[in-house]
Design a protein around this ligand. Structure first.
Ligand code: MGD
Ligand code: MGD
Ligand code: SF4
Ligand code: MO
Length: 743
């Protein structure tokens, strides 16, 4: 069996999404031959999706950058790492000398949260570079949930997750795990779990303007007008109080503000919201009663509830409804995960304790208030394009593609060429990085170890799993954590020499050690090398199962995790964690924080506004990953997925037929795209997937270019945000749809 001797099997975690599936990767002659699920994986137990099988395609993609690239005018050339960092300093230093570090900013994108070194070290770039503020994909994602958590629990990353495996009644709002596999919810095979709920006699309800693939695993689809979930949930709260159904369960001594909430909910009758939400008053009333009656139930809300006009109200109300129906901090309800290794994001933020992290400053051009240290990503274009004191002249992008992913995408695309310096840490030359002066590529996922950082904070079980690299990185290739440190030092005015990276790494590590109440010198003596492994070992050893460097004799270490090749399981989320995770000053949860409830009049005014005739929402597909996996041929082949979904009645009214090209226009712009007439979407709502629009000149994405699709963010007005979080409202955008006459 010759091929058996040449074939080597590697076990590792898929880093692409929150499901964190265990994979079995067969390598033959230096090539990935086959990727299958690892059936013995303690966490994912053999679950996988089509994207997980393509890590080899990503690794071997001829378009993937393997060497730093420098742009001279329109031409790119590969350079050495020394030359690339020199060029970064040559570009950044004059900007900083003439305009100060305030003229420099960064944009941090989604893969940062899934990458072994970026996730652990992006804080070094942000903290040490002196860059005063950054932008991120967070403000087109979960910022409303961060705001809600900051106010309810005193920490933006303390986010309770639905205990899907142990519940008997789940309401899924604005999430489509059929495509996404779950978000702010790490749970392998969410759809299998939904099926299991129904098999044991439970109930699954989906609240969504679209009849999604998740609805195929549900008992009921409740179609809703986009952007009105907060009104629906306020009416649920109203019924809970009005009908005497409120039961705080184990929370009764930990919660304040219940009377204030009861008062606020008085006017929110189901009848008052039914026209706006499109959900019959009777159904809302029954929903409240069902939630109150069921022993183990939970309401889960995700991006459809965040990326909308009332994102914070909706995200807050999800937690509130669970609290009022005693489905909180108990099995089957919303619970707090207990990661084996803590995330750096979970460490206390002294700046958030000193002053409320809201409106401490405003953006220069639009005057947008800061929220949790950031303003909407849609501000970036105008901050680059508008002359004057404080103008942004240098940008570092870290694993992000905002030319596709940010609202008002056209304006950002026009603004980026005006920068004096743009540096991208990215593995592809795409719509965004084509504007860079220097691209610094990271290692491929298979060339580096892996252990998720933040994602375990959303996991329905505590588990630990180590992934060694499958392929050795090429000679002299720095890991991304080293790239981040070098850029931080360059921003600080230096030209880093040998030893400087290690010195910063040691300093960062010492600070993390101190945060755990240990002595840096003593702890550091345990290690020969620095980098993310050392941080991981620290966070395991000082985590809930850790050995605390010998204090706990049988405690956990990274070495022990490495020895368990299919991982180690520590069980489901424990109940009663709230007191332990709370960081509020009075150690209580105020269920009615004024910063959020003061936004209720804006929601109340929405009830007086007629529903728009056609509004646009976004969707995902299981074979896409935001904007960057359309270069994988096996994932994009087949039927065109970038279509405008429209209800047959709306289509007839607009004179649109299935498959024809239509023009979708909003106040921000217009796109021409094929229509997909389907009754799987609510009347008055149309839907485009996000992450497409690969027809830009000057990219190096040869497969994606063949099927470019259109960018739905060309239609997203930058000023359309959830007022109190600044998060983009890319769902619920008023649009018109008209046939495009054939030329
Ligand atoms: N209209 C609309 N817009 C949306 C959304 C929506 O639902 N609708 N969703 C929003 C959400 S939730 C998100 S998270 C954002 C995503 O927004 P972004 O994070 O800006 O976009 P991505 O498409 O994830 O782009 C990831 C980038 O990272 C690069 N990359 C991939 N892997 C690596 C790596 O390991 N290292 C490095 N250095 N680079 C890597 C890719 O080449 C790509 O350039 O989009 C948001 N935008
Ligand atoms: N395959 C795949 N998986 C992914 C990603 C991907 O691009 N592809 N992206 C990853 C990222 S970055 C994220 S943040 C997560 C997101 O994970 P999910 O939150 O599950 O995201 P979606 O699949 O976009 O589902 C959002 C749903 O909200 C609905 N919706 C839109 N507007 C409203 C509204 O106003 N109210 C209600 N109730 N529903 C509304 C949409 O119709 C859609 O079905 O997925 C992650 N996983
Ligand atoms: S669901 Fe797919 S993309 Fe997500 S971790 Fe699993 S295999 Fe990877
Ligand atoms: Mo996201």
């Amino acid at each position: 069996m010759a091929d058996m001797t040449e074939r080597r099997i590697h076990l590792r975690t898929c880093p692409l999404c929150e499901a964190m599936c265990g994979l079995e990767i067969a390598v033959e002659d230096g090539q990935v031959a086959l990727i299958r699920p690892d059936r013995d994986d303690v966490w994912s137990k053999g679950f996988i999706c089509p994207k997980g099988t393509t890590l080899g395609h990503l690794h071997h993609d001829p378009d993937r950058l393997r060497a730093p690239m420098v742009r001279d005018g329109e031409t790119w050339r590969e350079v050495t790492w020394a030359e690339a960092f020199d060029r970064c300093a040559d570009l950044l230093h004059p900007v900083i000398e003439q305009h100060g570090i305030g003229a420099v900013t960064a944009y941090v994108g989604n893969p940062t949260a899934h990458n072994f070194s970026l996730g652990r070290y992006v804080g070094v770039l942000i903290g040490m570079s002196g860059i005063p503020m950054i932008y991120s994909a967070g403000t087109v994602d979960q910022w409303p949930k961060n705001v809600s958590s900051q106010l309810l629990y005193g920490s933006m990353w303390v986010i309770p997750v639905p205990d899907v495996p142990r519940t008997d009644f789940v309401v899924v709002m604005g999430a489509n795990p059929h495509a996404s596999q779950g978000s702010l919810l790490a749970c392998p095979d969410v759809l299998g779990e939904l099926d299991a709920i129904r098999e044991r006699g439970g109930t699954v309800i989906v609240v969504d303007p679209r009849r999604t693939g998740t609805v195929d695993h549900a008992d009921e689809w409740i179609p809703i007008t986009p952007g009105t979930d907060a009104a629906l949930l306020m009416a649920v709260v109203h019924v809970l109080f009005a009908d005497g159904l409120v039961d705080l369960g184990t929370l009764s001594n930990l919660v304040t503000g219940v009377d204030a909430l009861s008062e606020l909910a008085k006017e929110w009758t189901p009848e008052a919201v039914e026209t706006t939400t499109g959900v019959p008053a009777e159904r809302i009333r029954r929903l409240a009663h069902e939630l109150a009656a069921v022993e183990r139930g939970v309401v889960y809300g995700r991006i459809g509830l965040c990326n909308q006009e009332f994102g914070t109200l909706a995200s807050w109300l999800v937690d509130v409804v669970n609290m009022l129906t005693r489905h909180f901090d108990v099995p089957g309800g919303l619970m707090f995960p207990k990661p084996v290794a803590w995330s750096t994001a979970s460490l206390p933020r002294p700046d958030h304790d000193v002053a409320p992290p809201f409106a401490r400053w405003r953006s220069r051009v639009r005057g947008a208030p800061e929220v949790l240290g950031q303003v909407p990503i849609s501000c970036l274009a105008e901050e680059i394009a508008t002359p004057g004191e404080g103008r942004i002249r240098a940008l570092i992008t870290v694993a992000g593609n905002p030319v596709i992913s940010a609202p008002d995408a056209g304006r950002l695309d026009e603004a980026l060429p005006q920068l004096d310096c743009m540096i991208s840490i990215d593995n592809w030359l795409n719509e965004t990085t084509r504007h860079a002066h220097v691209i610094l590529p990271g290692l491929s996922a298979l060339e580096q170890p892996h252990y998720d950082e933040l994602i375990w904070s959303f996991a329905v079980r505590s588990a630990a799993r180590w992934s060694p690299p499958v392929f050795p990185p090429g000679d002299d290739r720095p890991a991304e954590w080293e790239i981040l440190i070098r850029l931080a030092l360059i921003c600080a005015g230096q030209r880093p020499g040998p030893g400087d990276v290690a010195a910063v790494d040691d300093g960062f590590f010492d600070a993390l050690v101190l945060s755990q109440g240990l002595d840096p010198a003593t702890v550091r003596a345990n290690y020969r090398d620095g980098g993310p492994e050392r941080i991981l070992d620290l966070s395991i050893r000082t985590g809930p199962w850790g050995d605390r460097y010998g204090e706990v004799p049988d405690g956990l270490t990274l070495t022990k995790v490495q020895e368990a090749e299919h991982g180690i399981d520590f069980g489901p989320m424990p109940a009663g964690r709230l007191p332990e995770v709370l960081r509020t000053a009075d150690a209580k949860v105020n269920v009615a924080p004024a910063y959020i409830t003061d936004d209720l009049p804006r929601l109340r005014a929405r009830l007086d506004r007629a529903n728009g005739h056609l509004v646009l929402v976004s969707r995902r597909d299981v074979r896409s990953n935001n904007s960057w996996m359309h270069n994988v041929r096996v994932l994009v082949k087949g039927k065109d997925r970038c279509t405008l979904q429209i209800n047959p009645k709306d289509a007839a009214e607009c004179g649109v037929v299935d498959g024809s090209v239509v023009r979708v226009a909003s106040e921000a712009g217009s796109v021409d795209v094929a229509a997909e007439v389907t009754d799987a979407i609510k009347l008055g709502v149309v839907c485009l997937p996000h992450g497409w629009g690969h027809d830009k000149v000057g990219t190096r994405m040869s497969v994606a270019r063949e099927r470019p699709g259109v960018n739905n963010n060309l239609l997203a007005p930058g000023h359309f945000v959830d007022a109190i979080s600044g998060n983009a409202a890319v769902n619920g955008i008023p649009v018109t749809v008209a046939p495009v006459s054939s030329r």
